[in-house]
Design a protein around this ligand. Structure first.
Ligand SMILES: C[S@@+](CC[C@H](N)C(=O)[O-])C[C@H]1O[C@@H](n2cnc3c(N)ncnc32)[C@H](O)[C@@H]1O
Length: 192
């Protein structure tokens, strides 16, 4: 979907709960805060939560209608909101302690190119968290995009995982009001 399609979606109604995804919060809670980028931040639920935990967060998304909603929430002044296409946005090499990419679904080669660049923005020991709909969700889960070419899988994230010290690379089940959904999780650290 293009930026204007996402803007239209956000204009129609809020898209997600104001709360962070439970697994994102579970993995990140208690980490020492530092500098983070939330790529495809949407309405900023994760960026705002991270900022409240003490992180310095840059929230990047090309849909200004989503970011605008985040900018109106309490604590928004602690987040740097950037309207940009993540495939062109960049951070300084080795400058970040965390890159979060939640439910961003791009085709190849954009996904691998973006995540490869994201690993380069991490300092040694900095963390990459990628969470999104798994391709198995098409047949075994509910919700999410229905185009297999933009969905994650353990195999698809393998090349990125090989650049990291990996804590978790796996399918994870997420319970939703409509039934179980299947996500892919990559959680790792830049070696060094
Ligand atoms: C499903 S939402 C997820 C939002 C947020 N990460 C969350 O978990 O609440 C996907 C977001 O990706 C953004 N997006 C998609 N392609 C993008 C791109 N190339 N550059 C920047 N943002 C993009 C959309 O605007 C949308 O806000």
């Amino acid at each position: 979907m293009r930026a204007e399609d996402w803007d239209r979606r956000y204009a129609e109604r809020p898209q997600w709960s104001a709360e962070p995804n439970g697994l994102v919060a579970e993995l990140l809670a208690g980490l020492p805060p530092g500098a983070a980028a939330d790529l495809a931040a949407g309405e900023g639920r994760h960026a705002l939560w991270l900022a409240a935990e003490g992180w310095r967060v840059t929230a990047v998304d090309f849909a200004d209608a989503g970011l605008s909603r985040g900018r109106q929430r309490p604590g928004a002044e602690r987040v740097d909101w950037v309207t940009a296409d993540v495939t062109g946005w960049t951070a300084a090499p080795g400058s970040l302690d965390l890159v979060l990419v939640a439910y961003l679904h791009l085709p190849e080669p954009e996904t691998t190119a973006l995540l490869t660049r994201a690993v380069g923005w991490l300092r040694a020991g900095g963390r990459l968290l990628v969470l999104g709909h798994d391709v198995a969700n098409l047949t075994e889960g509910v919700g999410g995009p229905q185009e297999p070419g933009i969905l994650h899988s353990v195999a698809r994230l393998g090349p990125i995982a090989r650049m990291l010290d990996v804590d978790r690379l796996e399918q994870v089940r997420r319970d939703t009001p409509d039934g179980p959904a299947i996500d892919t999780l990559l959680w790792g650290r830049r070696p060094g």
